[in-house]
Design a protein. Structure first.
Ligand code: DGI
Ligand code: FE
Ligand code: FE
Length: 192
C-alpha cells in the first residue's frame, strides 16, 4: 500500500501512461503541472495536487462495457447507466485508481470524482483539479485565456466561470446533463 505523502511519482506516471494514448497522457501531465501552480497560488497541498492532476483521466479510455460492469458489480447508483464515458471516467475512474494504482487518499479520489461535474461543496483540492483540467497549457477553446485570467485571479471565480460555460455548451449541444452538474451550477452560480 502506498503510504500517504510517499507516492512514487515516476512509477505512477508510467502506470498512467500505460493506460492512455500519448495525447491524453500529455494532457494529464499538463493538468498535474497546472494543479501544482494553482496549489502554490492558493496555499494548497502541492503533492496531492500533482498526484490528483496526473491520475484524473486515468480511466478515460476504458470501454463502456468495463464501466457498466463496475457500476453493476460495485452497486454504484444505477442512474449512472443513463450516462456515458464523460460522467463515468471520473466517478467510476476513482474506483480504478484506488484498486489499480493503490491510491487510497479520499481527498485525491474525491477530486477525481468531482473533476467533470464539480460539486455543490468543494474542497480546495477539488477546485484545483477541476480548474487545472480546464485551463492547462494545451487547452485552446475559445475564451480559454479569459478562463485562465479569471482563475489565476480567484479560484472560486474560475469554478463559476467553468460551470457557466460548460452548462451553456451542453445546452447548445442538447447533451444529457448529469444532475450533479445542475446542482453544482445552482450552488455556485445561480441567484435565488
Ligand atoms: O476529461 P476531459 O475532457 O479532460 O474533461 P472533463 O472530464 O472535465 O469533461 C469531459 C466532458 O464532459 C466535457 O466535454 C464536458 C462534459 N460534461 C460535463 N458535464 C457533463 C458533461 N457531459 C454530460 N453528458 N453531462 C454532464 O453533466
Ligand atoms: Fe476528465
Ligand atoms: Fe482531463
Amino acid at each position: 500500500m502506498i503510504v500517504k505523502n510517499d507516492y512514487n511519482l515516476v512509477q505512477l506516471q508510467a502506470k498512467v501512461q500505460s493506460q492512455l494514448s500519448q495525447y491524453r497522457f500529455q494532457h494529464c501531465l499538463r493538468t498535474a503541472d497546472k494543479a501544482v501552480e494553482l496549489a502554490e497560488l492558493n496555499q494548497g497541498d502541492v503533492l496531492k495536487a500533482r498526484v490528483a492532476g496526473l491520475v484524473h483521466d486515468y480511466a478515460k479510455e476504458r470501454s463502456d462495457a468495463e464501466f457498466i460492469s463496475v457500476i453493476k458489480q460495485e452497486h454504484f447508483d444505477p442512474d449512472l447507466l443513463n450516462y456515458g464515458n464523460a460522467i463515468w471516467h471520473g466517478v467510476i475512474g476513482a474506483y480504478f485508481i484506488k484498486h489499480e494504482l493503490g491510491i487510497y487518499d479520499e481527498e485525491i479520489l474525491n477530486a477525481v470524482r468531482n473533476h467533470t461535474t464539480a460539486a455543490p461543496q468543494m474542497t480546495l483540492l477539488d477546485k484545483i483539479v477541476f480548474m487545472a483540467d480546464y485551463i492547462e497549457d494545451g487547452r485552446d477553446f475559445m475564451n480559454v485565456d479569459e478562463a485562465r485570467q479569471v482563475t489565476l485571479a480567484d479560484l472560486d471565480d474560475g469554478v463559476r466561470y467553468q460551470l457557466t460555460h460548460t452548462l451553456e455548451l451542453l445546452l447548445n449541444k442538447k447533451t444529457k446533463i448529469y444532475p450533479k452538474t445542475i446542482t453544482s451550477y445552482n450552488a455556485w452560480v445561480a441567484g435565488h
